[in-house]
Write a protein that binds this ligand. Structure first.
Ligand SMILES: [Zn+2]
Ligand SMILES: [Zn+2]
Length: 190
């Protein structure tokens, strides 16, 4: 089992919370991401700041962490490919369980598996996977710079947001028959 690194900014020390069930603390802090989070088209960049607003509650089984994280998402529009950037606030909630102890009260070195709740080690807990999962879930697969982005001209790549009137006189003969058909039936495209 790998041990949590207290110097990692996403590793939180909860020693001051104590183990008495019902104890509660709020923590607001900003960390600089040491690793990029994201899905390729949209990311929270390495080195960008994450603002946490957390509530830590001591419960029987461990520490219940809830609150929000504010991140800056950057990427590009899936239609016009222009860069985009926006702030995203994600909700966080996770129960970090105390590790199992043996009959002498010593921590049993548990293995992490997919189904396991995240564990507390030496009064430290790791926010990284909690943050990563919440951010990845909140990112749209096809991000848009604006909901009515016109995209790029399929023939020449012109950004149609900049030139909404842009069109070509030449219509590929393979498509002209189809174009004639669709002319009689105007459709509203979202
Ligand atoms: Zn766009
Ligand atoms: Zn064009």
């Amino acid at each position: 089992m790998t041990h949590l690194d207290a110097s990692n900014p996403l590793v939180l020390d909860v020693r001051d919370l104590g183990r008495r069930a019902g104890a509660m603390k709020t923590k607001s802090f900003t960390v600089e991401l040491t690793e990029e989070l994201g899905i390729g088209v949209l990311n929270v960049a390495q080195g960008s700041e994450v603002e946490f607003d957390l509530r830590l509650e001591s419960v029987m089984e461990g520490v219940l962490v809830s609150g929000t994280a504010l991140v800056t998402v950057t990427g590009e529009c899936s239609r016009c490919l222009e860069p985009l950037s926006y702030d995203l606030e994600v909700d966080l909630q996770e129960l970090y369980e105390y590790p199992d102890t043996d009959s002498r009260g010593r921590e049993i070195e548990a293995d992490f598996t997919e189904e396991d709740l995240p564990k507390i080690q030496d009064d430290l807990l790791d926010l990284e996977s909690l943050l990563r999962d919440a951010v990845v879930l909140a990112l749209p697969v096809q991000p848009l710079c604006k909901s009515d982005c016109l995209g790029l001209c399929v023939e020449c790549g012109q950004n149609l947001n900049e030139q909404p009137e842009h069109e070509h006189d030449l219509v590929d003969p393979r498509w002209s028959a189809l174009a004639d058909l669709t002319k009689t039936e105007p459709r509203n495209k979202d």
